[in-house]
Each structure stands twice: as structure tokens, then as C-alpha cells.
Design a protein around this ligand. Sequence first.
Ligand SMILES: NC(=O)c1ccc[n+]([C@@H]2O[C@H](COP(=O)([O-])OP(=O)(O)OC[C@H]3O[C@@H](n4cnc5c(N)ncnc54)[C@H](OP(=O)(O)O)[C@@H]3O)[C@@H](O)[C@H]2O)c1
Length: 335
Amino acid sequence: MNARSLLAQAVDTALEGTVVLSFSRVGYDVRSRLFAWLDLTERPMTGKVAVVTGATSGLGLTAATRLAALGASVRLLGRDIGRTERAREEIATRTGNPDVEIGVADLASLDDVRRYADQIRRYHSRLDVLVNNAGALVREHQLTGDGMELTAQTHVVAPFLLTAQLLTLLAQTPGSRVVTVSSGGMYTERLGLPHLEMGPDGFDGVKAYARAKRAQVVLNRQWAQRAAHSGVTFHAMHPGWVDTPGIQEALPGFSRAMGPLLRTPEQGADTMVWLATAREPLTSNGQFWLDRHRRWTSKLPWTRTSAPDAHQLWQWVSERAGVGAVDGPEPVVTP
Ligand SMILES: NC(=O)c1ccc[n+]([C@@H]2O[C@H](COP(=O)([O-])OP(=O)(O)OC[C@H]3O[C@@H](n4cnc5c(N)ncnc54)[C@H](OP(=O)(O)O)[C@@H]3O)[C@@H](O)[C@H]2O)c1
């Protein structure tokens, strides 16, 4: 490592320690200048297929647009047909790429997720990228039709099911990746199964969200270990604090207070697109990223996840999603 990279590394570590500067647009601006970042237009995606969930708004819409601009066949997953079709039109017009199609599934319905995965499997012989991005921070306790708390189902169980259902297709595509959009909010919570799915008494949407985001990161590592034989790589990331409709609605006070310090959706989605397209992420598996660098998954000692807890989470989510074992020489996925 030369003196310049050592200095860049030191500045990055100092930034990471401040949290606020790191997660804001300052972190992105400084890192994108400090490091010789790959220009992503050098990674064309022609002939590759990418599924992006939550593609109607914010980070998902931006990531899907950038993947389409790189020439990928992009499959947008939304829960509302009108909004999803508008996103498709916008992406196709902005990028000039007509190969953008929509699918409709509400992650609050596991049957919807199964139906959607079935469609993808039926019409595609490859899947290069799955971006598990969809999700919201909700203030009220709500039960889904599957009888689960909404946050736990939409952020944890449904993306797990979608990944499991698409694993065989991903595994038959060389260089395929699964990118999970977590949140820096997960640093505040430890994994604790009895608390992951919160009940109505004293429900706290911010806590439920942070716990679900922690569970996503633990599952990302688990996927990397348990499906190592598949050749698929798994990456979790957090986008920093990004000015999207989601953050404006969920945290209006925070959003106003941060104002111009919030990242743009392009800045927030940068690492999503980099993980989906660059070669470097293929050399690691199960890691957690911000601004194209690997990050610790815990900043506080009491938030570290033990191996038995991670195993228990895997069992819990498999049961909830109705997914069989993926250990073994071949990925096994129950319908
Ligand atoms: N913005 C930030 O600062 C920030 C920070 C950390 C992590 N994140 C994460 O980034 C991801 C995207 O968030 P965003 O900020 O871009 O928010 P956003 O603008 O509200 O976009 C969220 C997307 O998820 C979709 N979605 C929500 N619930 C769904 C469900 N039940 N089924 C299917 N789709 C659903 C939304 O669809 P509709 O259009 O139908 O509502 C929308 O497309 C989320 O996972 C969020 O937790 C964001």
C-alpha cells in the first residue's frame, strides 16, 4: 500500500467513526474522491438479467434505472401495478432500454412472492442479480395475511423466500449476486429472536425496523455460508441517509433536520449498483458494505451475533417462509 492509499484508508476509518459524517453525503463525497472508484459505465450489463424489488421509488427506482442504463434486462417488482408501470415507463424513456418489465407482488403476502418467483423462473433461463431492496418503516403494529408482523415479514421473511425461490436460477448463472439493502439503523440493535417480531404492546416501529435490518445482515452471512456451493455471492449493504420518499414519510423530522446533508438517491444507490456489476465483490461473500468498502457489522460489543443465534434465526425464517434446507451439494428449494 502506498502513502496515498494509507492516507485514504485512515480518512475513511476516521469518517466511519463519526457515524454522522459517514452516513451523510459528506461520507460519499469524500470517499468517492479519495479512492479511485471504478466508473460503472465500464461494466456493461448487456445480456444480463436483474430483478429489483421496491423499484417504484427512491433507491430501488434509481438502482433499476442505472442497471437499465448499463444495458441489463431489468425486472421491476412493485406492489401496485399503476406505480410499477409508471416506473417502467420512466426507466425505459430515460435510459432508452426497452427491456424493462414489471411484476406485481406485495411482500406482505408470501403467496404473491411465490407467484412472482414462479414467473421469473418460467420466463428466464438466467438471473444475474437479485436486489432485495423493498421495505418501509411503519409506525403501527400490523399483521399480514400470513399472520406475521409487517416489518418482520416484508424485510426478513419475504426477501428470504424470494431468494430461496430464485436460488437455483441464480446458481445456474455464472457470477450472479444477491444484494440486500439493509440500514445503518441496524447498528443500534442486536439480533434477538424473541424480539424480532414485535407484538402490538409497546410496538416501536423504529426498533422493529432496526431489528429486521440486523436480521437481514445476519442472514446475508448465513446465505453465503450455507449456499457457498451454489457459486452465488451474497452482499448486504447500507446506503447511508438518503433523501427518498421513504425517509421523508417515515422520519419527517430527521429528514428536515438533515436537509442538504442527506445523500441523493444516486449516491445512496451507488454501492447497490457496484455490488451488482463490479468484479471486486465476486471475490468476497457474505460481507456488509457502505460506499464500496467492507464494514463491521457491529459497532457496539453487545450487538454482536453468536453462531447459535444466527442458526436459530435461519431456522425461524425457513419455517416462516416454508423453505427447506439449502445445505448440501445442490441448492434445495421447496415450492
Ligand atoms: N432512504 C434511506 O435513508 C435509507 C437508509 C437505510 C436503508 N434504506 C432502505 O432502503 C430501501 C429502499 O428505501 P427507500 O428509502 O428508497 O424508500 P421508498 O422510496 O419508500 O421505496 C421503498 C420501496 O419499497 C416498496 N415497498 C414497501 N413495502 C412493500 C411491500 N410490502 N411489498 C412490496 N414493495 C414494498 C415501495 O413500494 P410502493 O411504491 O408501492 O410504496 C417502494 O418501491 C428500504 O429497504 C429501506 O429500509 C433506506
